[in-house]
Design a protein around this ligand. Structure first.
Ligand SMILES: NC(=O)c1ccc[n+]([C@@H]2O[C@H](COP(=O)([O-])OP(=O)(O)OC[C@H]3O[C@@H](n4cnc5c(N)ncnc54)[C@H](O)[C@@H]3O)[C@@H](O)[C@H]2O)c1
Length: 301
């Protein structure tokens, strides 16, 4: 018995890295899984079905059920094809894990138009396109009188939450995904759909330069950067055991789960009249009194 018995799930970008671990665990917990991955390189170029096929083969070898899908989730029709394939294969859809992504890291002053467009397209549009087509399906089921118990798990990033230099395109997309999570959680609650996001930290080809060198935990020790550490939280959020959790963002890393709180007021100035610029300058210390600094020599933002 698994916590996802009887569920039908899609995991995008499930040919490798974090998505592969998610697809494997969802299947081990009983879900039938569409393993979507077009097999691009880390910048989004090329296509190779073999990583996705390997995930499917490994799920089946472990006694699970899975099919491969190689559509591009960043195209409106590609995303619809993935949703349609799950429904036409297994008769329904319960879970969408939006995970597929690419990187084009550059400082803002060096970013080309295509670096901007492609990263926003794959992450932000890709997440939305999948969620949009799934939402239309669930809303229709709900209006037809079915009790829908569905879940979307998005993939944001600490880069988006905090703002990482060298990743203007990626951080903006990931912050957009956090906001999208809140909007869709509010919109879809009445139809039985929960929407949460994770901000993972793990060693994959995307981050091997960051986490690779200090990731070896030594013989028999817990590897905090193993991408498989991310999957349990995603399986839990996808399951009915999390039926009272929606609109949340979790940093997931090693054995640590942190629930984040969105934008919250950190200080205010108030009077029953319009401020002048000079008055604002006089009162700035009051405004930032309880706000930690992010940039050296500057109050927080
Ligand atoms: N690794 C980390 O520490 C980390 C941190 C924060 C966020 N993330 C996010 O986690 C997700 C997974 O990243 P990863 O580290 O496993 O990277 P990865 O490169 O190992 O895997 C990403 C997968 O997405 C697939 N993909 C790319 N574009 C696609 C498209 N248009 N359609 C379908 N598939 C597509 C790729 O082929 C690849 O297999 C990404 O959204 C990434 O931004 C990762």
């Amino acid at each position: 018995m698994g916590i996802l018995d009887g569920k039908v799930a899609i995991v995008t970008g499930a040919g490798r890295g974090i998505g592969r671990g998610e697809a494997m665990l969802l299947a081990a917990e009983g879900a039938k899984v569409v393993v979507n991955d077009l097999g691009a390189d880390v910048t989004g170029a090329g296509g190779d079905k073999s990583p996705a096929q390997k995930s499917v083969d490994d799920i089946i070898a472990n006694g699970g059920e899975a099919i491969i899908n190689a559509d591009d989730i960043s195209s409106w029709q590609g995303a619809k094809n993935v949703i349609d394939e799950a429904i036409s294969t297994w008769g329904k859809l319960d879970i969408v894990v939006n995970n597929a992504g690419i990187l084009r890291d550059k400082m803002s002053f060096n970013i080309d138009e295509s670096d901007w467009d492609d990263v926003i397209r794959v992450h932000l549009k890709g997440h939305f396109a999948m969620a949009r087509h799934a939402a239309a399906y669930w809303r229709e089921r709900s209006k037809a009188g079915e009790e829908v118990k569905a879940a979307i798990v998005n993939t944001s990033s600490e880069s988006g939450i905090y703002g990482n230099p060298g990743q203007a395109n990626y951080s903006a997309a990931k912050a957009g995904i956090a906001s999208l999570t809140w909007v869709m959680a509010r919109e879809l609650q009445r139809y039985g759909v929960r929407v949460n996001a994770i901000a993972p930290r793990a060693r994959t080809r995307m981050t091997e330069n960051l986490f690779g060198s200090f990731s070896d935990p030594g013989e028999g020790k817990f590897d905090a950067y193993d991408p498989l550490n991310v999957a349990p939280m995603v399986a839990f959020l996808a399951s009915d055991l999390a039926s009272d959790i929606s609109g949340q963002i979790f940093v997931v890393y090693g054995g640590e789960i942190t629930v984040m709180q969105g934008f919250t007021p950190a200080g205010e100035l108030k009077k029953d009249a319009r401020w002048t610029p000079s008055e604002l300058a006089e009162h700035k210390a009051e405004l930032f009194a309880n706000h930690p600094s992010v940039l050296p020599g500057m109050p927080g933002f």
